[in-house]
Ligand binder design. Structure first.
Ligand code: SF4
Length: 351
């Protein structure tokens, strides 16, 4: 399939975007960009990549950084386990590999947060090793061009696509081939309404010939979305407020949000203030509700969060009302804590 590779490489050289991580062979910077770009669009990820690369120019700088600093810098990007894994892996590279990025695919794969795709990307882009990358863009291109109907989220599908991708790769130019096919999927063979009339593969494309572009690739399972109802309690007493550090086993592990009462439906003001949960929380303390809370809708990949922020002025210090994981802080220091995007949006709206 030399023709396939030649065509996409030619297309890539004419159409590629100029992205900073493409102008380096530094495995650390390539790894950084790949982790940031998992589940994030290039336009959004770019500023984060530049910030991280400036703040932590080498893997040793990242390894030596404070946890809170890494999380704060990651704030707003979502999927925070990526930041935790990145930091943990940097420490392993710094200690076990003495700061030298592993150059074998099998060793790269052992790093925390690195899966098949990322290991292949680093091995090929930084070390020119022959490992085909298979991400969402590659699944789409291959399923459309070669008419593969096996679901991409099945074990069988994964095997089939990896096998084909490794057969197609240009063994002399694996980095170039991998960059080309990913960029081709991102820019030319887009998920919706690709312009097939200008596509260099249109004479060999199954989906174009059979008018099946909208059907491919095929996914077996639909993502189930869970709805959740958060009532955030934003406590105030004089110049103080409180944040809660989130724990493992739920979204936003290690980030800070406000003390929270989660309910199974959205409650209006009256319903909430009469609820058992609220009465248990406030425990007879004297308070006033500072403002009627506005409802925020926040969408994650598997969850829809409906959040209300209850601004509560307490007549006395509120320490005793708080869970063990909470911290009392000065209201003006709120911006120093790493918070999920939802909390950030709320804090911005209060300014
Ligand atoms: S012809 Fe259309 S569907 Fe086929 S590869 Fe090109 S852009 Fe994708």
């Amino acid at each position: 399939m030399k023709k396939f590779s030649e065509k996409i490489i030619y297309w890539y050289q004419e159409n590629k975007r100029d992205l900073p991580w493409r102008n380096t062979k530094d495995a650390y910077l390539i790894w950084l960009s790949e982790i940031i770009l998992q589940q994030t669009r290039v336009e959004q990820g770019m500023a984060y990549y530049l910030k991280f690369a400036k703040e932590f120019p080498t893997v040793k700088h990242l390894a030596a950084a404070d946890d809170e600093k890494v999380m704060k810098l990651w704030q707003g990007l979502g999927y925070y386990s990526r930041a935790r894994n990145l930091h943990a892996a940097a420490k392993v590279i710094s200690e076990k590999h003495k700061g030298k990025f592993p150059n074998e695919h099998s060793d790269i794969l052992l790093l925390k947060g690195v899966g098949e795709y990322t290991a292949a990307a680093i091995a090929s882009f930084a070390f020119n090793k022959v490992h085909a990358v298979v991400d969402g863009n590659v699944y789409r291109v291959l399923s459309r061009v070669f008419g593969i109907e096996t679901p991409i989220d099945s074990t069988e599908g994964k095997k089939e696509f990896y096998k084909l991708a490794n057969e197609l790769i240009d063994k002399k130019n694996p980095a170039l081939h991998n960059q080309a096919i990913m960029e081709f999927g991102a820019i030319q063979c887009k998920p919706v309404s690709p312009d097939c009339s200008v596509c260099p593969l249109n004479t060999m494309c199954f989906a174009y010939a059979k008018k099946r572009i909208t059907e491919l690739p095929i996914k077996a399972k639909k993502t189930k979305v869970r709805c959740r109802y958060f009532n955030y309690i934003v406590l105030h007493h004089k110049t103080l407020t409180a944040l809660n550090k989130r724990g493992e086993g739920d979204i936003w592990n290690s980030l800070y949000d406000f003390p929270l009462i989660e309910t199974n439906k959205e409650l209006g003001e009256d319903q909430f203030l009469k609820s058992k949960d609220w009465k248990n929380f406030i425990d007879g303390a004297q308070y006033t509700v500072k403002s009627i809370p506005v409802s925020y809708k926040h969408i994650l990949s598997h969850q829809k969060i409906y959040a209300r922020f209850w601004e509560i002025e307490c007549a006395k210090p509120f320490d005793k009302l708080l869970p063990e994981t909470a911290v009392v802080i000065k209201t003006k220091e709120l911006h120093q804590y790493a918070v999920p995007r939802l909390i950030d949006i709320y804090l911005e709206s209060r300014k």
